[in-house]
Design a protein around this ligand. Sequence first.
Ligand SMILES: *Cc1c(COP(=O)(O)O)cnc(C)c1O
Length: 494
Amino acid sequence: MQHNITKTMPQTTPQVTLFSGENIPLEMHKVRMVQRINLLPVQERLAAMQAAGGNTFLLRNRDVYLDMLTDSGVNAMSEAQYAAMMMADDSYAGSETFYRLQAALQDFFGTEFFLPAHQGRACENILATAFVWPGSTTVMNYHFTTTKAHITRLGGSVVEVVKDEGMQTVSDDPFKGNFDLDKLAATVEAAGADNIAFVRIEAGTNLIGGQPVSLANMRAVSAFCREKGLLLVLDASLLADNLYFIKTREAECANRPLADIVKEMAALADITYFSARKLGCARGGGICTNRKDLYSKMRDLVPLFEGFLTYGGMSVREMEAMAVGIKETLDIHVISQTPQFVEALGSELMQAGVPVVTPFGGLGCHLDASRFVPHIPQEQYPAAALAAAVFIVSGIRGMERGTMSEQRNPDGSEHLAEMELVRLAVPKRVFTLSQMKFAADRVAWLHENAELIGGMEFEDEPPTLRFFLGRLRPIGDWQERLVQKFLEDMPSGL
Ligand SMILES: *Cc1c(COP(=O)(O)O)cnc(C)c1O
């Protein structure tokens, strides 16, 4: 089966200016299958939030109006992806599906070897098991939750060397995910190159607001690693957004085909891995490399942790969807939709005076809880409190990305996050502009009433990745008072 979407691939973004002068992100797709969703009245949303232990991860989806928790595994798939799923070759070993996916990845990244794994963190488990040792240091622009957990689980430590602007929630720096090259050099010098497990570039830096890394910066990091003999790993999970920003913000790439840019990025690294729950709008993951020695070092871990080498824990249907979705990443209309919707939502929020992370990144719109609820101390999880409040007033499920998402220090003390964010993720091609307007309106109302929001405390705190399953309770009755005020202003309760 051939999917020749790259042949007719447009190279310009679909941002259009209306006759009125307003810019809108025009959808370059139409909706052909829908899912009913519910908008519960505010008292029921309060009950649902409290039943979920104040943690948006523990809500039932039937109680959620807009699921803006994540872009992971919930992006809308294309008709070509669904069609490909029907043609999957089911077999434990040697399925044609594997070879089609391998060929798609060879073509996309320009790398020869491919190891399948069931999702991004499974790739991280394999990478960490193969390359991290107790006492070793892994250097990266910024950590991701699961990446760090796998490295520290094996006795390694993580050092972050993102440029200072990356930590500023308000900025006009187009590439806040960039490495600070001086910090990188100083870290390697201090640790000693022999003690570095690997250097990791995270494209579309997740936890600091989906902020991109420039191609120029990746080149510099790569040159440094080659000079010092360090292994360089690219986390390409959020590559689609990063690619859009390189294309639109990095002058030298404006006229360069997306396919070329991706190949260069992969060539700069020794290993590229990704979550296909994000990249390729399917579910799964993979590790790609051109180096036989590295492939051999990781290969036997796949049957141990994931499944046989030609499926790696994935369903063949998802692998077919992934092969097509990977190719569709080279369509600017596909990859521009999320960043442009993030910008549309972010601009509405900014106009209403709501503190958001700027410049707008990929992945979602990020509320800055430190400025939204400055009266809540970090020990009372301001971002978690804000995420709970957003759900209560809108039925929108966001994600806490602050202190609750950190792990405690080895001595049990709280590790305060450098940023207290609530992410309103914008999965690809899922929502409409009117839904974004609704989101902006309810969050703006909440901001006007932000002094009503109070803190949270743990009721049940798991020892690892506590943000997933931890349960919190509100300190005091602020949630009831918030509902009361909401009903005064919005008597319908919606
Ligand atoms: C989501 C994500 C991962 C982990 O992928 P999963 O498929 O959720 O396990 C790793 N790195 C980044 C940058 C991510 O966004």
